[in-house]
Structures are given as C-alpha cells and as structure tokens.
Design a protein around this ligand. Sequence first.
Ligand code: CP
Length: 358
Amino acid sequence: MERTLEMTNIEKDFDKFLSKPIEEKIPYFTKEGRIYDCLFAQQFNRETLEYLFRIANTLRRITKTKEGMEFASSLLNHKRAMLYFVQPSTRTFLSFLNACHILGIKTSEIRDTSISSEYKGESPEDSIRTFSSYVDLIIMRHPTPNFVEKSAWLMNRTKRPVPIINAGSSKDQHPTQALLDMYTLYRSFNGEIDGKTIAMVGDLKRGRTVRSLSYLLKNYKNIKIIYISPKEFRMEEDVLKFLRENKIEYLETENFEEGISQADAIYMTRIQDEHDKNGESKNVDYYKYSFTKKHLNIIKKNAIIMHPLPRRQELSVEVDDDPRAMYWRQERNGMWIRAALITYIFRVDSKIHIELNP
Ligand code: CP
C-alpha cells in the first residue's frame, strides 16, 4: 500500500517535470557543464557537436593500427554498459555495441522483455534500477513515449545514478541518429554546413530521426529545410514552431521532384507503419516519395543522398552505386560518433590527441 502511494507521488513529480520547457530540463541531465544523460538533440550546441566530430575522426584514424586499437580499448576497459533495446534495431544496436567494444567497455543486453523479469511483472522502472546495480552506462531504445527521459530522471534521484543514452524513444526523438546525420553532413561538406538546404522526405509525422535532425540543424547558420511529404504525414507543429522561434527557414511541399532538385542533402525516410492505429498507411500513396535512378539526373551535382535506414521501396538499390549515395557511410559514421559521445560522457576525451580538421 505504502509502495503504491510512493509510486503515485513519483509519477506526479515526473509529470510535473515532463511538462517543463526543454531549457529548464536540460540542466537536470547535465553534470559539471557536460551532457551526462543524452536524451534530446537540443542538448547539443555547435561547439560540442564539432568537438565530437573531431573525436570521432581521431578515433577512426588511430584505430586503423593494432597499437591504436589497443590504446582505444584501454580508455574505458574499467566500465560496463547495458544495452536495453526493447524495440527492433539493427544498426543503432550494433553500432553502440561495437562502439563500446572499441573503447574496451564490457556489455550486457536485453532485447526482448519476454525473456527478462518484465515477463514476470517487473516494471520497466525497476528494470532500469536493476541494470544500474551492475553497469556504469545504460543505452536504451524504448517504445513508450518519454520513458527514456523518465528513466534518466529516476536514475538521477537514486544514490547510484548512471548515465543514460537515448537510442530511440517512441516517436519522440533519436538524438544519436541526428548526431551521426550531422557528422555525415560535416564530413561530406568538409565542415561547411552553414547555408545548406536539407530536404527531408517521407513520413515526417511519425519519424523520430527527422525531428531530432531538425532540432540539431539550429546550430548552423542560414540553413533551409524543405519538408517533402504526403499531406497525411506532414512534420508536427511542435517542430515547426521550434524552427519559427529560432528563425530557421523551412517550407513544406508535396512536390517530391521539385523539392529534391533544390537540396544539397536529400534525407529519405521510410513509412513508419508500425505506428498505425488502423492501417492508415495503406491509404497513402507513398510511391510518389520514392527516390529511383531517374532522380539522380535532377538533383544537384554535389548533392548527397542520405537515409537513416532501414529502407524499403522509397530508396532504390539502383542508387547505391552513385557517388552521391551516402547512407552506407552514414551508418558506419554512427559507430564512430557514438564512440566519441561515450568518451565525452565519461570524460576520457582528454586522453586522446584530437585532430583539428573536419
Ligand atoms: N537508423 C536506425 O535507427 O536503424 P535501426 O532501427 O536499425 O537501429
């Protein structure tokens, strides 16, 4: 009975916290001036982003040799991480797992609650608390809206907090995907992201990657965003409001060919029909928003084609051999930028001689 009452008060406290503006929440997830829990794209400023890009560049270069790999894997070989991924994932899971291994971190994982004690009725909140008994970092993907944020909030109230990294939260955010997307833009344009036009295509309403990327683009000057989608899947008003408040130019269109022809980067996304309530995706003509070989002739000569992956028919495999196709490199960039983020959270970046160039 007492426990139920206590939980109720905690729930109320969290609801109060959740309703605060993001700027008021960010300090709660920051320690000594640095991101501690990585939950929202809005936590990154330009200085931090570009510092992480340089750490990632350095790590990928030094680990090409055995000595360099031994150095990298000594950086955090005293740490353990939990990968709690209870929503499907291939590349976010594998890139985090391998990022941990590059840094020497030992890992454990739960990917299916039907074989954890949640099956016996343990709450996800108690699961998080249990992980923190054994590890120093929790990396999590979860289908429940705001649950990643709640986990970090709960952790920070305990006597043994461990940092939490959001590896994809419901339809809300996927901040480390946005980080790797920005890193890909940074590498593709030799560090010159200012002034670029980014087209985001597809199911913008339910895609968390395009939400996080839109927030992160605030850190660059004179950016223009073209949102290309069927009317049913337009970008949500909260993100558009953020862009207006931050004076970021954007336009919305249903005209795929006109939109992509103006862009420096074309960011394709798949339909997010796992979020359908009544099979509504079937009523939308998504094929109009598919990039095929013929579109290679209408985009800019130096444009890049991105996709968070996985893809379906919206991005033809015939595009893969074009030098502007950046998505395979993009997914590989994810491992390096995630490794960089982990060194930053654990403050071992000071041990790395970080390169200055993009
Ligand atoms: N981009 C992305 O999040 O891919 P996965 O779902 O495979 O992790």
